[in-house]
Design a binder for this molecule. Structure first.
Ligand code: HEM
Length: 118
């Protein structure tokens, strides 16, 4: 089923996104080029996975997944825009740093609500 491809894409995105956000905060302490590239690839997989899910949804997922799923893609997109500027502008880097855990947490709610779909 093609929905499985969406789930695999989203799971790859989850690993890359988590590595970026946790790496920036706890290990490398700045958004270096490698983390930025991981984020960009993770964002592409997010677009792909969410696109497939939206396109091929048939069972009417519960409202929580639909709601958080749509918010999650928006949040990751905004977060990615911040990441694009963070490497050049100190203020954007600070905003990226301060907001990243919140954005990641909301994104993870969408992920968990997806796992909970029966
Ligand atoms: C942050 C990650 C995720 C995002 C952004 C996301 C987003 C979405 C969106 C927007 C839909 C379409 C809902 C609709 O219009 O009916 C959807 C459907 C779905 N998602 Fe996700 N999803 C995520 C993670 C997951 C995960 C981890 C799973 C399973 C392990 C999953 C399973 C599903 C399934 C089975 C559907 C189809 C439900 C239906 O047929 O109505 N999702 N997702």
């Amino acid at each position: 089923m093609i929905l499985y491809a969406g789930i695999i894409a989203i799971s790859i995105s989850a690993v890359l996104y988590t590595t970026t956000i946790w790496g920036e905060r706890f290990f490398i302490k700045e958004l270096n080029k490698a983390l930025f590239v991981l984020f960009a690839i993770g964002f592409l997989f997010d677009l792909l996975g969410t696109g497939i899910m939206t396109q091929y949804a048939t069972i009417n997922a519960d409202w929580k997944h639909i709601f958080f799923g749509r918010i999650a893609i928006l949040i990751m997109a905004i977060h990615f825009v911040f990441a694009c500027f963070a490497r050049k502008h100190k203020r954007m880097a600070a905003w990226f740093h301060n907001g990243s855990m919140f954005a990641w947490f909301i994104w993870m709610i969408a992920f968990v609500t997806g796992i909970m779909i029966k």
